[in-house]
Design a protein around this ligand. Structure first.
Ligand code: 5GP
Ligand code: ZN
Length: 146
């Protein structure tokens, strides 16, 4: 994707502070960090949202996130981290090339948990929750391991 900033970073046409690279994945520091060590982890191939990522780069992406998160925490002496995706424009995704944010967190840093990202919580009773669980389980059924 010629007009994708993250593809341009993958291609070396835009500079970035790369912290990790393998065949499928690149990780680099966020240009506007929310904390020291704020890192973005991307598949090298262009996919806009998680549902568009094929299984193999998806597995490599998770492996890199899994490996990098504790190493980043160690490198900046963090006490924890928030790890997540803004998945789609409605969720705040601004760069349309799927990317995980690893945001190191520090005791007393004044930030919030991931629960702070959504809007007003919905008013759901037990029946609503049961129905939702059934709907999601049915939708997930084809994709869960045996
Ligand atoms: P999003 O809202 O799409 O989840 O977040 C995109 C992130 O990419 C932002 O945190 C932003 O600071 C970062 N970003 C945008 N453009 C660039 C860039 O050219 N280089 C780097 N390193 N980060 C970028
Ligand atoms: Zn791209």
């Amino acid at each position: 994707m010629d007009d994708c900033i993250f593809c341009q970073i993958v291609d070396g046409d835009v500079p970035a502070r790369v912290v990790y690279e393998d065949e499928d994945v690149l990780a680099f520091l966020d240009a506007n960090p929310l904390a020291a060590g704020h890192t973005l982890v991307i598949p090298k191939s262009h996919h806009e949202t998680l549902d568009e990522v094929p299984p193999e780069p998806g597995a490599s992406l998770f492996a890199a996130i899994h490996s990098l998160t504790p190493r980043i925490e160690d490198a900046v002496d963090a006490d924890g981290s928030n790890v997540g995706f803004n998945n789609g424009a409605a969720a705040g995704q601004e760069v349309p090339h799927v990317h995980a944010h690893i945001v190191p967190r520090f005791e007393g840093d004044g930030g919030n948990p991931i629960h702070a990202v959504a809007g007003s919580p919905p008013d759901l009773d037990d029946d609503d929750l049961d129905a939702l669980a059934d709907d999601i389980a049915a939708a997930a059924g084809d994709h869960t391991p045996d």
